[in-house]
Design a protein around this ligand. Structure first.
Ligand code: ADP
Ligand code: MG
Length: 251
């Protein structure tokens, strides 16, 4: 599977002039954001600034009124685009892990591979096991979600997303619902993914993670990107007053 038409395993993403409204309320007011292949961009900003809406547009869970989104050079906002294909190339991890309670860890990772990618059980299981090993849960394949900690469940959710072979991974506050003692393991998995060259767009309030792992940080407020740049600059020496105010509250 490496003919010329096969996209690069780790895609770039390019968001241009993105506008999204719910009724009369404009939530995204012209977002421009680039994520290069293999880059980690952290999105920070106060609650209600539009971070989740932006990720949901990239994942095609929402359709923007204006603007374009390209993933791996394909415009996924094109009305003619193959939405299934586009959705498949983007993996998403939410605050709530949404595992099926009646399925084992392995089965949870297999479901979408079987249904969407039409993989055989053996092929799906092999991929799931590889990704469960990557997130440090090789010994938990036969457990049920309620036998795992929140952090372990979130790592299953990451393995499940990776098992679809995404080219871009979106994370929406993946550690916000976790007990503090399990946050570190999830962040460590995300860090290792970053080190393996995965393209990642991460909404997080974990400023230490953003500073250490992100190549760039974008600060959003009121539906616009107020400031973006290298993580050390945006977090360490923000230029905009709104960014400074936000960081003084969360750091
Ligand atoms: P964040 O993730 O930064 O907290 P969101 O993207 O969730 O922000 O929300 C941005 C704004 O959009 C909020 O004011 C929220 O109430 C509004 N919003 C989000 N989703 C919907 C929706 N489905 N319908 C109406 N308003 C929404
Ligand atoms: Mg949100």
């Amino acid at each position: 599977m490496s003919d010329a038409s096969t996209p690069a395993p780790h895609a770039s993403a390019s968001i241009r002039g993105l506008h999204k409204s719910y009724g009369p309320v404009e939530v995204l007011k012209g977002i421009d954001l680039e994520v290069a292949a293999g880059e980690v961009v952290c999105l920070i900003g106060p609650s209600g600034s539009g971070k989740s809406t932006l990720l949901r547009c990239v994942n095609l869970l929402e359709s923007p009124q204006r603007g374009t989104i390209e993933v791996a050079g394909h415009e996924v906002t094109d009305p003619e685009a193959d939405l299934d294909l586009a959705r498949r190339s983007v993996g998403m991890v939410f605050q709530q892990f949404n595992l099926f309670p009646h399925l084992t860890v392995l089965e949870n990772c297999n479901v979408a591979q079987r249904k969407v990618l039409k993989r055989s059980r053996a092929e799906a299981s092999e991929t799931s096991r590889r990704n469960l090993e990557l997130v440090g849960l090789a010994d938990k394949t036969d457990r049920y979600p309620d036998q795992l900690s929140g952090g372990q469940q979130q790592r299953v959710a990451i393995a499940r997303a990776l098992s679809m072979d995404p080219q871009l991974m979106l994370f929406d506050e993946p550690t916000s619902a976790l007990d503090p003692e399990t946050v570190g393991d999830v962040l460590a998995v995300m860090r290792s993914l970053a080190e393996r060259g995965m393209t990642m767009l991460v909404v997080t309030h974990e400023m230490a993670f953003a500073r250490d792992v992100a190549d760039r940080v974008a600060f959003m407020d009121g539906g616009v990107v107020v400031e973006e740049g290298p993580a050390a600059e945006v977090i360490g020496a923000p230029q905009q007053e709104r960014t400074q105010r936000f960081l003084s509250r969360v750091l």
